[in-house]
Ligand binder design. Structure first.
Ligand SMILES: [Zn+2]
Length: 148
């Protein structure tokens, strides 16, 4: 058994320090470093606010078309794959989806009411909240009438 050169205790580690001493040191080292890094990043952000803002805007402006194109291309290339994944998911989670639909219907959640409106008006759009509210009321009233 060797002796740890830091604490003087018994050491079965290959280095000069025992394992607990090594762990303690590296943990402390990591923490100190982390704080330094955070502090450095904070300072940099503070001192370069304008530069960062401009840089980000420039990047977005320069890349807007590129990014949009890339997303579109990716979607086009993967639409078959997407469909398959979705179909697969639906088949594997039939019960879960059914249960979700049941709950959505029962509690007239926004997405359910939106879907009703879309179906009714035969267009795909995101109804304004007031319209959803009105439709929800109508659905609830109709249900009440059916129950009585
Ligand atoms: Zn030690």
């Amino acid at each position: 058994m060797k002796t740890c050169s830091k604490c003087g205790g018994e050491s079965d580690s290959s280095g000069a320090w025992c394992k607990p001493c090594k762990n303690k040191y590296s943990k402390k080292h990591r923490e100190t470093n982390r704080e330094k890094l955070i502090e450095y990043a904070r300072k940099y952000r503070e001192e370069n606010q304008e530069k960062i803002k401009k840089g980000r805007k420039k990047f977005n402006d320069n890349n807007k078309i590129k990014v949009n194109e890339w997303v579109k291309n990716w979607r086009d290339r993967n639409s078959e794959k997407f469909k398959k994944v979705r179909k697969n998911y639906r088949e594997r989670h039939k019960e879960k989806i059914k249960e979700k639909r049941r709950i959505d219907t029962k509690y007239c959640v926004d997405s359910y009411i939106s879907a009703l409106l879309n179906k009714r008006l035969k267009i795909k759009f995101r109804p304004p909240p007031e319209l959803i509210e009105a439709k929800r009321l109508q659905v609830l009233i109709n249900r009440q009438l059916k129950e009585n």
